[in-house]
Design a protein around this ligand. Structure first.
Ligand code: NDP
Ligand SMILES: N[C@@H](CC=O)C(=O)O
Length: 341
């Protein structure tokens, strides 16, 4: 990383996954000066992998994908198999992998394979996909090239940064968070009278829903984020199976309106509560009083609240009406790694 090409540090990126997050990242790379030459030398989508050692124009690739194109049909690039492993086998010079493909919570799928092949080649990784890290926490946070994962812990919400800073001196008595934007948004639309399927379609149009939106509605996306936050900041060694997971699909409009009439709001809540032998982790719809910071949020917000012994109650929220803030979290990690190199 940080080769100097004509005076500017260059970071050669392989971007795997060119949907809402990958496409937004490409546009962010194209749209502004980052003080670093972020050069996309390879990209992968479900059609296959493309490579150009001189750099693929990120704006052109983003526009091609937004128009429904397949990566392998982008004119002027070399098609190089279907995986990140195939990309690296071409010998293209790469400094960083961005993994923004779909997750697979059983095996880790192509995402985990891509992360492993990159790290074996000495290449650091920035993750948007959570599954690789949830399944292989010890491996991916252990010795070897860095793995950064800001976008895996609540979009642009700096959950890990906030907790690490706060818990340097204080103890967490309880952590509460609304970590799944889709569930929060969908519940608010249902509260307003929309049916569930239409509400989910709206979230998909915003680009905030998972490739398989049942991950959002059934609580698995929030559970993944909670596991990662607990492991990163609370000293936990949690796995997905340790989380008590309930989804929001069964919440009815009547229940939502009854809560409102009582001065409450039902929100998709993730909680971490200390116990004698660790942390009790749970995800599910919960009724909170209107005065609670997570009940006061706009439909497109996510948030976190940490109750501490000596640092009071801290709260942070993020407004994410599309995939750009999460892509900005990916960019944050890329630039942090680039500047540290
Ligand atoms: N959307 C969001 O707000 C956030 C998403 N994430 C995570 O980021 C990841 C991507 O999400 P999102 O962009 O919304 O999803 P999308 O469905 O919009 O995009 C997924 C992308 O992955 C590509 N893809 C499918 N299979 C493979 C494969 N085997 N190898 C490489 N790429 C593949 C798809 O290809 P094709 O274009 O050909 O279909 C598509 O470009 C997910 O893991 C999600 O959990 C994290 C934070 C926020
Ligand atoms: N599907 C997620 C976005 C990525 O983490 C959400 O709705 O919050």
């Amino acid at each position: 990383m940080n080769d100097l090409d004509g005076g500017t540090a260059t970071v050669r990126l392989v971007v795997s996954g060119l949907g809402a997050i990958g496409g937004s990242l490409l546009r962010l790379i194209a749209d502004r000066d980052h003080g670093v030459d972020l050069r996309v030398v390879a990209a992968v989508d479900s059609s296959g992998a493309i490579v150009d050692d001189g750099g693929i124009d990120p704006a052109r690739l983003a526009a091609h994908k937004a128009a429904g194109g397949r990566a392998v049909d982008l004119p002027g690039v070399t098609v190089a198999g279907t995986t990140v492993g195939d990309v690296l086998a071409t010998g293209v010079r790469a400094d960083l992998l961005v993994e923004a493909g779909p997750g697979d919570l059983e095996t880790g799928g192509a995402g985990l394979a891509a992360v492993r092949v990159a790290r074996a080649a000495g290449i650091p990784v920035v993750l948007a996909a959570k599954a690789p890290l949830v399944l292989a926490w010890d491996e991916l946070t252990g010795p070897g090239p860095a793995v950064a994962y800001s976008a895996c812990t609540g979009g642009a919400l700096p959950t890990v940064t906030l907790l690490r800073a706060t818990l340097t001196s204080a103890r967490a008595l309880r952590v509460e968070a609304a970590l799944n934007g889709t569930s929060a948004y969908v519940l608010r639309l249902v509260e307003d009278g929309l049916d569930l399927a239409t509400a989910v379609e709206r979230a998909q149009r915003l680009g905030i829903a998972e490739p398989d939106p049942s991950w959002d509605l059934d609580g698995w996306d929030a559970a993944c984020k909670l596991v990662l936050i607990a492991n990163a900041t609370l000293g936990a060694r949690a796995r997905l199976g340790d989380v008590d997971v309930r989804g929001v699909s069964g919440v009815t409009r009547d229940e939502l309106l009854r809560a409102r009439a009582n001065g409450h709001r039902i929100v998709p809540l993730a909680t971490a509560v200390p116990e004698a032998d660790g942390w009790r982790l749970a995800v599910g719809p919960a009724e909170l009083p209107d005065a609670h910071p997570l009940a006061r949020m706009d439909p497109e917000e996510m948030g976190i609240v940490v109750h501490t012994d000596i640092a009071g109650r801290l709260a942070a929220t993020t407004h994410e009406p599309d995939a750009i803030p999460s892509a900005a979290a990916v960019l944050r990690d890329i630039l942090t790694l680039a500047r540290a190199a």
